[in-house]
Design a protein around this ligand. Structure first.
Ligand SMILES: [Zn+2]
Ligand SMILES: [Zn+2]
Length: 226
């Protein structure tokens, strides 16, 4: 679906979201979904009368499997350069492993993970706070992972937030605790985002939040007393 002009949420993905941004240089894909969804993303690109070769950039909000699951395959099917924050890059290349989730989920995750391992990928671009991608600025939002980022477009009044927050069933929440090794850092990142102005917030899971998204984030922050 086209959320606002030139900004698409890829239809048909389960579990996590991927987005397409159209600009004068082509298409930017933000996140790639769970493994096994590459063709769904390609089908969506075709359905909006664009070509996979027009995807020139893939930006990853953070290196969790449900966001980087198809990056290797899509890199091969498009003309994309892959960008990720410097601090999450070692997880993408396989140099380092992310900590396992906490509690019972962690036990299940450890048992399951050998079967759904994503293939290592070498990023082309290492991002840092303040870098530009298309018309968007990189905002470093560590906590959920060390190199989590948001992408902020002040002109469109739009932010891609990754997993730092999610809007689902009419409710705004922070990152899932069992998958967030540094919760206090994540809360500081939510506070950082709450100081920005935007109408539309697009998260890694759940639904688009609009209009007046930043107002809701400010209220959420107040409720958390951060
Ligand atoms: Zn995540
Ligand atoms: Zn996620």
């Amino acid at each position: 679906m086209e959320v606002i002009p030139n900004i698409h949420k890829v239809d048909g993905l389960r579990g996590s979201n991927a987005y397409l941004v159209s600009d004068q240089e082509g298409l930017i894909l933000i996140d790639t979904g769970m493994p096994g969804n590459a063709q769904k993303i390609i089908d969506y690109v075709n359905s909006i009368n664009r070509k996979p070769s027009e995807i020139t950039r893939i930006v990853l909000t953070h290196c969790h499997m449900d966001h980087v699951g198809n990056v290797q395959e899509l890199k091969g099917l498009t003309n994309a350069k892959v960008a990720i924050h410097r601090e999450d890059a070692p997880f993408l290349t396989g140099e380092k492993s992310l900590p396992s989730p906490k509690g019972a989920v962690g036990v299940a995750f450890k048992a399951f993970s050998p079967f759904v391992k994503t293939k290592p990928v070498q990023p082309d671009i290492l991002l840092e706070e303040g870098d530009r991608v298309g018309g968007m600025t990189v905002v470093h939002t560590p906590g959920h992972t060390p190199g989590s980022i948001a992408l902020y477009d002040p002109e469109k009044k739009l932010i891609f937030i990754g997993d730092t927050m999610r809007y689902q069933n009419g409710k705004l929440t922070g990152p899932p605790e069992q998958f967030t090794p540094d919760m206090s850092e994540a809360l500081r990142s939510i506070k950082k985002i709450s100081l920005m102005e935007f109408d539309v917030m697009l998260s890694g899971h759940g639904d688009p939040l609009l209009p007046n998204a930043s107002q809701m984030v400010k209220e959420f922050c107040n409720s958390l007393q951060i």
